[in-house]
Structures are given as structure tokens and as C-alpha cells.
Design a protein around this ligand. Structure first.
Ligand code: AMP
Length: 420
């Protein structure tokens, strides 16, 4: 397999799929350009080798051509970060894109309009009427799959080499993220730096694990994390279950949880995960105390109570001091750490303390030589909020893609290039 470090792009035209799905305000200013910055090393490497780049991305969830989702809004920022004027094609398919990509000289870059202006990118029919028959639905799906192949083929025709640097969409089998790779031979498709770094970080944690391995799973609901927890139970030494999902476990174990967030239909599941942990010799670590509040607000009255003894009318919004100590001891003795999800409602400053202390324990363990991977939305927001992102070994840019990768699934965007 080719790697970006070893590949010389001199004289090559590269189609680079990036994930520039950045947040915009109502005046179309970029409010966070992390995703653009993350792909710049790959684009710069191609350009400085003497290659040219055709940059392709989606933005938002358009239902067709919608100017508010135009990539023109982010053209200026890409040009600034690359340090060259980037050209633009108003349509990712069609004559203009063909001509502008054909005319690219070494060192030049072209940005294509939003791939998702076409339903074929996702390969799913749009606007199917609710009362379409089964046959009509099946025919529309088949037609859109054919369109998807056609779109992938056209996009592929612009370039000599395909580079996928869009980790955020690696779990999607879309025209530009996976199908397109079929139109390049094995020597002309590769991962960009970001994609490679993400894959390396996850595989370092899950495959080349240095023990003890501790995973910290937080967040609101156990139902959204079942598959990850089940996969991790076959891999970790310690599993810290925290955040809102704690209370489903506490209740299942017979504790009192007051008004805390709970999934009453997942009590049996919680018990079966506890059993599975025992069977696998995994040390399942749960909170021993909680910071309870008399309402869901930063200004609510609070008290620390033992886990399982939350009074009626109160709800657990974060872990308590004894739990902080307990979690920190486990984390600081670890050599591999995975963190997904806060210990409490970290958006409220008064309930951010537990997440901060977990973050600090991870930073300390990392300073002592552990490998730490943080990812999946809110835990990234946590390390940024607490100013400790730079002390983690790797902070993932992927949300859903990272979670599916940790679940043990094969991601189409990765398989399309390396075959698994
Ligand atoms: P998730 O998206 O599943 O990772 O969940 C993250 C969200 O869980 C954050 O917005 C937190 O505010 C929320 N959360 C964490 N702990 C609690 C809790 N004890 N009660 C309610 N929500 C919580």
C-alpha cells in the first residue's frame, strides 16, 4: 500500500476527499476551522511535491443545491491556510469541473462545490413520496446506486491519484469516500496524514495495546454506547462507566437515583454488561458518590451523596470527590487510555469538575508515558475547555466514524483503500 510520506506527487493531479463540514454562523463566517486545519498538511505535501489538488468535501445536509451550503463560503479560509489562491468550480460534476481540473498546473488547487448537492454522493434517493410503493422505492434506490457509481467515476476522471483525508466520513460508503477508490489501482490510492494518524491512534489503542488499558465511557445514554462497551469489554483491563449512563447501572443494582437521567428499558442490559465484565475479568469501575442537584441548572442547589442514595427530587449531575479520587487512581496507573464522554453535565461550570479531574488524571498519566486517545464529540469539547488538549497523545477529529471504528466495525472509507 502507498503511504503519503513515501508517495511523490510530482506532476500528479490528486483528488483529495476532505471533511470540511465546518460550522458557519448566520453570516457564513466559519466559527471553528479545526477540520480545515486538520487536512492542510496533506494538501501542502501534495503541492510542495509539485502536484496539484482537486479538493472535494460536503458541507451540511443539503437536500439539493442550496446556496447556504455552498463551499464558496469557506474558499477564502482554505486559500489563506494554504497560502495560495484556490480556484472554485460551481458544480462538482459537469464541464466546468472537468475543464478546471484538466487545466490545473503543478502547485495549483481547485475546490469543488458541495458533493452533497447531488443525492448520488450518498447513493440514497431524495424526495421519495411517503406513499411510494415498495417496488417504486426499490427502483429508486437501485437507480441512485447506479448514479452513485457514475458520480464516483466522473470524480475519479479528474485525477491520477486518490487521497482520502476525510476521517469524519470514513464510516460512510459514499461516492467520494469509498466508491471512487474502485477507479484507481492500488498504487494510486492512499490515506492523507489525518486519516493515517486517526487509524494509527485507534489501532495503537485497540490492537497494539500496552497494558493496563483503561477506557472511560461517559455521556448521557448507555443505549448509544452499547456496541462500544461490548467491544471494549473484550479488550480493556478497566472500564470506567460514568456520566448520565451511570444511573441506569445504579438503578439496575438496586440504588436510589432520584430524578437522575435513566433508561428504564436498559436495566437488564446494564446487569448483563456487569456480568460480562466479570466473565472477562474486566474491572468495571462505577461512581461511589455523586454531586446531586435540586434541578437541571448550573445554579441549582447541590449536595454530595453516596451513589445509590440520591434523594427524591434530586438528580446526579456529576461525580463526587470520592469518585474523582477512585477514577484518578485507576487512570494514573494505566498505560493506554481511551476517553469518550464527560462524567457529568460539563456544560454547566458547577458540574464540570468531574470531567476536569478525569482530564487531568489522563494528562498526568500521559506525562508519565501512557498513550491517551480522546474522541467522540463531547470529550474533545472537554479537553479544549480545560486547556489540556495538547497534553493528550491524540485527540480525534472523528465523531461517528471514531465510535464505529472503536466498535470494531470496518469503515468503508478505510476498506476502500487498504482492503480491510
Ligand atoms: P453523549 O453525547 O452521549 O456523549 O453525551 C454527552 C452529554 O451527556 C453531555 O451533553 C452531558 O451534559 C450529558 N450528561 C453527562 N452526564 C449527565 C448527567 N448526569 N445527567 C444528564 N446529562 C448528562
Amino acid at each position: 500500500m502507498q503511504t503519503i510520506n513515501n508517495f511523490s506527487f510530482s506532476g500528479q493531479k490528486a483528488f483529495v476527499r476532505v471533511d470540511f463540514n465546518v460550522p458557519l454562523d448566520d453570516k457564513f463566517n466559519i466559527t471553528d476551522d479545526t477540520r480545515i486545519r486538520a487536512a492542510i498538511p496533506t494538501l501542502k505535501k501534495i503541492l510542495s511535491d509539485g502536484g496539484s489538488v482537486i479538493i472535494a468535501s460536503h458541507l451540511g445536509r443539503p437536500k439539493g443545491v442550496e446556496s447556504k451550503y455552498s463551499l464558496r463560503h469557506i474558499l477564502g479560509r482554505i486559500s489563506d491556510l494554504l497560502g495560495i489562491p484556490v480556484q472554485f468550480a460551481d458544480d462538482c460534476l459537469g464541464q466546468e469541473a472537468v475543464e478546471k481540473s484538466a487545466a490545473l498546473r503543478p502547485g495549483q488547487a481547485l475546490l469543488l462545490e458541495n458533493l452533497r448537492f447531488y443525492a448520488a454522493e450518498e447513493g440514497k434517493p431524495r424526495g421519495l413520496s411517503a406513499d411510494a410503493s415498495e417496488e417504486e422505492t426499490a427502483a429508486a434506490k437501485k437507480a441512485e446506486k447506479a448514479n452513485q457509481k457514475e458520480m464516483a467515476k466522473q470524480l475519479a476522471s479528474y485525477a491520477m491519484v486518490y487521497v482520502n483525508d476525510a476521517f469524519g466520513t470514513a464510516h460512510r460508503a459514499h461516492a467520494s469516500t469509498a466508491i471512487i477508490a474502485d477507479y484507481f489501482d492500488a498504487d494510486h490510492k492512499l490515506f492523507g496524514y489525518l486519516m493515517q494518524n486517526e487509524i494509527d491512534a485507534v489501532e495503537k489503542v485497540l490492537k497494539n495495546t500496552v497494558r493496563p488499558f483503561t477506557a472511560i465511557m461517559g455521556g448521557s445514554k448507555v443505549s448509544s454506547k452499547i456496541e462500544i462497551i461490548e467491544n471494549l469489554l473484550t479488550k480493556v483491563d478497566n472500564l470506567i462507566i460514568t456520566g448520565g449512563m451511570t444511573y441506569t447501572f445504579t438503578k439496575a443494582l438496586g440504588g436510589k437515583i432520584g430524578n437522575s437521567i435513566v433508561e428504564n428499558d436498559k436495566l437488564d442490559l446494564a446487569l448483563s454488561l456487569i456480568e460480562k465484565a466479570k466473565d472477562n475479568n474486566v474491572n468495571l469501575v462505577l461512581a461511589v458518590d455523586a454531586k446531586a442537584a435540586d434541578g437541571f441548572s448550573n445554579d441549582a442547589k447541590t449536595q454530595f451523596v453516596p451513589a445509590g442514595e440520591i434523594p427524591d427530587g434530586w438528580e446526579g449531575l456529576d461525580i463526587g470527590p470520592e469518585t474523582e479520587k477512585k477514577f484518578a487512581a485507576v487512570i494514573e496507573a494505566s498505560k493506554t487510555i481511551l476517553w469518550n464522554g464527560p462524567t457529568g453535565v460539563f456544560e454547566f461550570e458547577n458540574f464540570a469538575g468531574g470531567s476536569r479531574s478525569v482530564g487531568q488524571a489522563i494528562a498526568k498519566a500521559t506525562d508519565m508515558g501512557a498513550f491517551s486517545l480522546v474522541g467522540g464529540g463531547d470529550s474533545v469539547a472537554c479537553v479544549n475547555k480545560f486547556g489540556i488538549a495538547g497534553r493528550m497523545s491524540y485527540v480525534s477529529t472523528g465523531g461517528g466514524a471514531l465510535l464505529e471504528f472503536i466498535e470494531g466495525k470496518i469503515l468503508p472509507g478505510i476498506k476502500a483503500i487498504r482492503g480491510y
